[in-house]
Design a protein around this ligand. Structure first.
Ligand code: HEC
Length: 135
């Protein structure tokens, strides 16, 4: 491949490398967002909020991302990213995928920023659950 072609390819891939999720959040310095995991929702998936999502969020996320926390108690977690209700998760599910889930295209680990940290298996389940629409 010629150097010119390589250069063009590099240019073309820039927007993807810099992609910031579809949510229209204010882009700041270092993005917390990784690439979408491209997780699949297999036929007959049994993962639900009741049997997985709620416990996952309670264990790893809601000590910062909760509608019941304000000000400093959020530890810097942005407003409107509250995961103590399933609606709060669904409304930014692409962001959750890009910070905490794992799938064929990527394993995103920017969240949670400190322990306890979910296992990769739990992150995969999260990706599948979100892809299924967080039932
Ligand atoms: C210790 C507190 C804490 C925990 C626990 C935590 N977060 Fe965060 N979260 C933050 C902070 C602080 C930011 C802002 C980081 C930044 O913008 O650089 C953030 C940002 C985010 C964002 C990006 C929001 C935006 O639009 O900028 C998402 C999505 C997110 N967190 C999801 C999660 C998920 C999912 C979990 C659980 C797996 C989680 N977080 C656990 C503190 C936390």
């Amino acid at each position: 491949m010629s150097r010119r072609v390589l250069f063009l390819l590099a240019l073309l891939s820039l927007p993807f490398l810099m992609a910031h999720g579809g949510g229209g959040c204010g882009g700041d310095e270092e993005s917390v967002f990784g690439p979408p995991t491209q997780s699949a929702c297999p036929n007959g998936s049994t993962i639900t909020y009741a049997n997985f999502g709620q416990a996952f969020m309670t264990q790893y996320c809601t000590r910062c991302h909760s509608s019941e926390l304000v000000g400093a108690a959020r530890n810097g977690a942005p407003k409107f990213h509250d995961f103590d209700t399933v609606g709060g998760i669904r409304s930014v599910s692409d962001h959750v995928d890009q910070t905490a889930a794992s799938g064929p295209a990527s394993t995103n680990t920017s969240m949670p920023p400190s322990g306890p940290i979910p296992t990769e298996d739990e992150r995969k389940k999260l990706g599948e659950w979100l892809q299924c629409g967080a039932p």
